[in-house]
Ligand binder design. Structure first.
Ligand code: AMP
Length: 441
C-alpha cells in the first residue's frame, strides 16, 4: 500500500480579507467536475438517440429578450436578473436566467424556421438568478436544456418527457424513485376563462391568502397556484382545476400526451396546481422530482410555449422544452453513491540528474503521444520525494532514468507489484510498456 503523504498544516486565512466568490456562487472543483463531465457524456449519449443537437447561445443577451419572453411580472425578471449596461454603447444586457428565450432568439435569427421542422436542440451551461441562496438553490447554476421547436403535435410533448426520463435512467436513477407531475394550462382562448374562475375563487378567500398573492391576483393570478406560503397552500387545494376549463383542442392535446405516456408505460401524477413560474408556457406543463418528500425540490421543469416564437418576432411556431438543474442532479448522484475517479496513471517516471531530466521531458511527451498515462515530478530533483510520489500514485510501473542510463541509452523498468526491475534500451521502452500493459489490464 502506498504511504499516505502528510499534508503540511494549513495556514490560517483571514476570510474577511480574502476575495471570495459572490454569495450563492461556488467554484466547481476538479472532484466535482467529474460529475459534470459524466452528466455531459450521458446527455450527449441519450439525446443523440432522440436526434437532438447541441446549440449554445451566448451567456449575455439583451435584457429586453427576457422581459418580453419570461414576463415582466415574474420573479425572474422582477427580482432575479443580473443586468448591466455596456460602457460604450450603453446597451442593457442580462446574464441568461434560463435558456429557452436565447434558443428561440437563435432559432429566429439563424432562420431555423426554414429548416425541416421540428428543430431539436439541447444546451448545457451556466444560468444566473439573484435568488435567496439555500440548499439546492444557487445564484449561478448549470442547466441542461432541451427544446423541440416548430410543431404543435402532442407527440413532441411526450417525446421531451420520454427523453427526460431516459436521461435520468441513463444517469443511474431508479424510475420508481422519480415522479412526473403534469398539468395543462390551456391556450390563449381557454386560459382567460380559467383565470377569471381562479380570481373569483381567491377573492372569496382574500383574507386567507398572503399579501403577495393578493397582489398577484391583479398582476399574474396563475402565480397564486405556485405560492409556497402555508396559508395559500391550504386555499389552493380547493381552487378550480384548469382541466375543467380547457377548450376542446387543449383537452384533446392533453389527452393525447397522456395516452402516449400510458402506452409507453410512463407513470405520472396529475397536479392541478402546477403552473410553472414563467409567462410563456401554454398547454402541457410538467416537473420531475424525487418521490420521497412532498417538499423535495424539482430536478427538472418544462412545458409547451406555443406563442413564444411569434412573440419574439418569428413566425407562428409552437414549441416544447424542459430544463434540468445540474447541481441538483449532482447532489442526487452523490446520494445514490455514484462515484467517479480521475484516470489512474499506468507509469511513474523518475529522473535523477540534469541529463536525465532533459531526456525525461522527451520521453514523457512520447509516452503521452502513445496514450500511456504517465505521471512524473519533473520539477523535483530529490529521488526520495519522487519515490514517495510514485508510491502514492500507485501506478503499476515505474521508469527510472539516471545519469548512467542516459549515457548507455537505457532505462530501468520496475514492476511495482512484484518489485522486479530490469534495464531496457530506451528506444524500445514504449513498445515494451504497451505489451505489458495489455497483459496486465
Ligand atoms: P426553471 O428554469 O425555473 O423551470 O427550472 C428548471 C430547473 O432548474 C429546476 O427544476 C431546478 O432543477 C433548476 N433550478 C432552478 N432554479 C435553481 C436555482 N436557483 N439553483 C439551482 N437549481 C435551480
Amino acid at each position: 500500500m502506498p504511504s499516505k503523504v502528510k499534508q503540511p498544516p494549513l495556514k490560517r486565512i483571514n476570510k474577511r480579507r480574502l476575495l471570495q466568490t459572490p454569495r450563492g456562487m461556488k467554484d466547481i472543483l476538479p472532484e466535482d467536475y467529474l460529475y459534470y463531465d459524466y452528466l455531459i457524456e450521458v446527455t450527449k449519449k441519450t439525446l443523440e438517440f432522440y436526434n437532438f443537437r447541441r446549440c449554445e447561445p451566448p451567456v449575455l443577451e439583451k435584457a429586453e429578450l427576457y422581459n418580453k419572453s419570461i414576463g415582466s411580472n415574474t420573479d425572474i425578471v422582477e427580482k432575479e436578473m443580473y443586468t448591466l449596461k455596456t460602457k460604450e454603447e450603453g446597451e442593457f444586457l442580462a446574464l441568461r436566467p434560463e435558456y429557452t428565450a436565447g434558443i428561440v432568439r437563435a432559432y429566429i435569427e439563424n432562420g431555423m424556421f426554414n429548416w425541416p421542422q421540428p428543430i431539436k436542440l439541447y444546451s448545457f451551461g451556466p444560468v444566473f438568478r439573484h435568488e435567496k441562496p439555500q440548499a439546492g438553490r444557487y445564484r449561478q447554476f448549470y442547466q441542461l436544456n432541451i427544446e423541440s421547436i416548430g410543431d404543435a403535435s402532442s407527440a413532441l410533448d411526450a417525446e421531451v418527457i420520454l427523453a427526460s426520463r431516459a436521461f435520468l435512467e441513463n444517469l443511474g436513477f431508479n424510475q420508481s424513485d422519480l415522479e412526473i407531475r403534469i398539468n395543462s394550462i390551456g391556450c390563449n382562448r381557454c386560459r382567460p376563462l380559467y383565470i377569471r374562475a381562479l380570481v373569483r375563487y381567491c377573492k372569496q378567500h382574500l383574507k386567507d391568502i398572503c399579501k403577495d398573492c393578493q397582489k398577484r391576483l391583479k398582476t399574474n393570478p396563475l402565480r397564486v397556484l405556485d405560492c409556497k406560503n402555508p396559508k395559500c397552500v391550504v386555499i389552493k387545494e380547493k381552487a378550480p382545476s384548469f382541466l375543467d376549463y380547457l377548450c376542446g383542442d387543449c383537452k384533446d392535446h392533453f389527452k393525447n400526451v397522456l395516452d402516449i405516456l400510458d402506452n409507453v408505460g410512463v407513470s405520472y401524477v396529475l397536479d392541478k396546481t402546477l403552473v410553472r413560474g414563467l409567462d410563456y408556457y401554454s398547454r402541457t406543463v410538467f416537473e420531475i422530482r424525487k418521490k420521497e418528500k412532498e417538499t423535495s425540490l424539482s430536478l427538472a421543469g418544462g412545458g409547451r410555449y406555443d406563442y413564444l416564437v411569434k412573440l419574439l418576432g418569428g413566425l407562428d411556431r409552437p414549441a416544447v422544452g424542459v430544463a434540468f438543474g445540474v447541481e441538483r442532479l449532482v447532489e442526487e448522484l452523490k446520494v445514490i453513491k455514484k462515484k467517479f475517479e480521475f484516470p489512474k496513471p499506468k507509469v511513474f517516471l523518475i529522473q535523477i540528474g540534469d541529463a536525465a531530466k532533459k531526456q525525461a521531458f522527451i520521453l514523457l511527451e512520447k509516452l503521452r503521444k502513445a496514450n500511456i498515462l504517465t505521471e512524473a515530478n519533473l520539477e523535483k530533483d530529490n529521488i526520495n520525494s519522487q519515490i514517495k510520489n510514485a508510491d502514492r500514485v500507485n501506478a503499476p510501473y515505474a521508469l527510472i532514468l539516471g545519469q548512467q542510463e542516459v549515457l548507455d541509452g537505457m532505462i530501468i523498468l520496475k514492476d511495482m507489484t512484484s518489485g522486479l526491475q530490469e534495464t531496457i534500451p530506451l528506444e524500445r521502452i514504449i513498445e515494451e510498456l504497451k505489451k505489458r500493459l495489455v497483459r496486465k489490464f
